[in-house]
Design a protein around this ligand. Structure first.
Ligand code: SF4
Length: 432
């Protein structure tokens, strides 16, 4: 082992999605096994590794800005080394080498060994559950597969993350047991499409059996399902969700749009009617389930009528949680030849309109929770509040519950509370 790792102070900056978070945690875990010095703050570092995102314009710009900041600090002699990894450099490596040559090395999304070598560290072994968590220690993201086989016209992720690759069930279980032994109580299952789990490796969808096996892990109390793909949705998992108290009654299922013409052009493989039928059956088969979705507005062929169809759909489906992206033209995708004809201000207007509809739905839904009780997992303290989440809320993207006079409550513990107040997107509670 050469000196650089022993003396270097390495900071890893993670941008983008939770899949990047897991990749950075694996890198940090490997560096820890090499006795590297990891620093939280890039100001204290002499080596910075930037794990980039290349999903849409805004995310790409954030990645480039972060790289430029690091390069500037290197030019000022405040940094010795700048390394870039992840989706942006997976997609634009040659352009980046030409345009920002001050970066010491560029790596893609699946080059952990090469990044470690660049840091004069050695890849030790598969870190099943030993990655260095960057989340609070009571919850962890669990990547169950990599890549995606779906043909969504607007999406560049398959270009950056490759074909769908299922992580073997025994590896996921080994990781879950180790994470539980370290105090993790909530596992958040992530993938590009978590419902496709098993198809490539086992020749069948295996998410149901994976959920069953994970729920047998002692110490794990919540298992949360993120990124379910609506078309060909494996309904057999609904009874697993219904009958297994450890599986959160929560499902993140991005639908992206609701107009048949737009869904067809997006190559989503599903219609408005089938979407409504699927979502209604999920709600009836899993009583009390919270549905989260993501939408795209401003897609090239989206007419005013298509947009009204989407608004009606949002009003009708009454999602618990909802996020909206404005369409971003991505080269190399099948939608790119359609151009980007809808002006940004129209896209922003449509996004604001949907969020206004959702705000009212969320407000009304939250006000109905007043007086009810809920089990809350405490994530942090803020002033005199203990702040946590119910099983209906994922970290970072969903609602929070502010427990009054909660300074005695312990982070990482569950508590039963009574909901006493609400805002459109948060709840206030008292210990019960
Ligand atoms: S399911 Fe569609 S939107 Fe999601 S990662 Fe795959 S191609 Fe992209």
């Amino acid at each position: 082992m050469s000196e650089i790792t022993q003396t270097s102070k390495i900071n890893v900056i993670t941008l983008g999605c939770w899949k990047n978070t897991v990749d950075s945690e694996n890198l940090l875990g490997q560096l820890a096994l090499n006795n590297a010095t990891i620093v939280e703050n890039s100001d204290d570092a002499d080596t910075v590794v930037i794990n980039t995102c290349g999903f849409i314009d805004a995310a790409k710009q954030e990645s480039i800005d972060t790289i430029m900041e690091a390069v500037e600090r290197k030019n000022e002699g405040k940094l010795k080394k700048v390394i870039v990894m992840g989706c942006l450099s997976e997609r634009y490596k040659n352009d980046l080498i030409t345009e920002i040559p001050q970066v010491d090395a560029y790596f893609g999304t699946n080059q952990l060994r090469e990044v470690l070598k660049e840091l004069d560290a050695r890849y030790k072994y598969e870190l099943l559950g030993e990655r260095a968590l960057t989340t609070p220690s009571h919850f962890a993201y669990m990547k169950i597969s990599e890549g995606c086989d779906h043909p969504c016209s607007f999406c560049a992720i398959p270009i950056m993350r490759g074909k769908h690759a299922t992580k073997p069930q025994e590896e996921i279980l080994a990781e879950a047991y180790r994470l539980a032994a370290k105090g993790v109580k909530e596992l958040i299952l992530i993938a590009q499409d978590s419902t496709y789990y098993g198809v490539d490796l086992y020749g069948e969808r295996r998410l149901g059996s994976l959920l069953q096996e994970l729920s047998a892990v002692d110490g794990i109390e919540w298992i949360r399902l993120i990124y379910a793909y609506p078309a060909k949705f494996p309904r057999e998992i609904l009874s697993v969700m219904k009958n297994n108290p450890k599986i959160c009654r929560y499902l993140d299922i991005p639908v992206q749009h609701a107009s048949d013409d737009v869904l067809k052009s997006m190559r989503r493989g599903i219609t408005n009617r089938a979407l409504r039928e699927l979502l209604s059956s999920i709600k009836s088969e899993v009583p009390g389930v919270a549905l989260r979705t993501t939408l795209i507005v401003g897609y090239p062929n989206e007419t005013e009528q298509d947009f009204q169809t989407l608004c009606d759909f949002v009003r009708e489906m009454q999602f618990h949680r909802l996020g909206v992206f404005t369409y971003s033209e991505e080269e190399g995708t099948t939608a790119a030849p359609l151009g980007d004809p809808i002006p940004n201000e129209v896209k922003e207007e449509r996004k604001a309109t949907i969020m206004e509809i959702q705000k009212d739905i969320s407000e009304e839904r939250n006000s109905r929770l007043i007086g009810s009780r809920a089990k809350v997992l405490i994530d942090r303290h803020e002033a005199s509040f203990a702040v946590g989440r119910t099983q209906w809320d994922a970290p970072e993207i969903d609602q929070e519950v502010y427990v009054k006079n909660g300074s005695q409550l312990r982070v990482g513990n569950f508590y039963d509370v009574k909901i006493v107040e609400n805002t459109e997107y948060d709840l206030y509670a008292e210990q019960s």
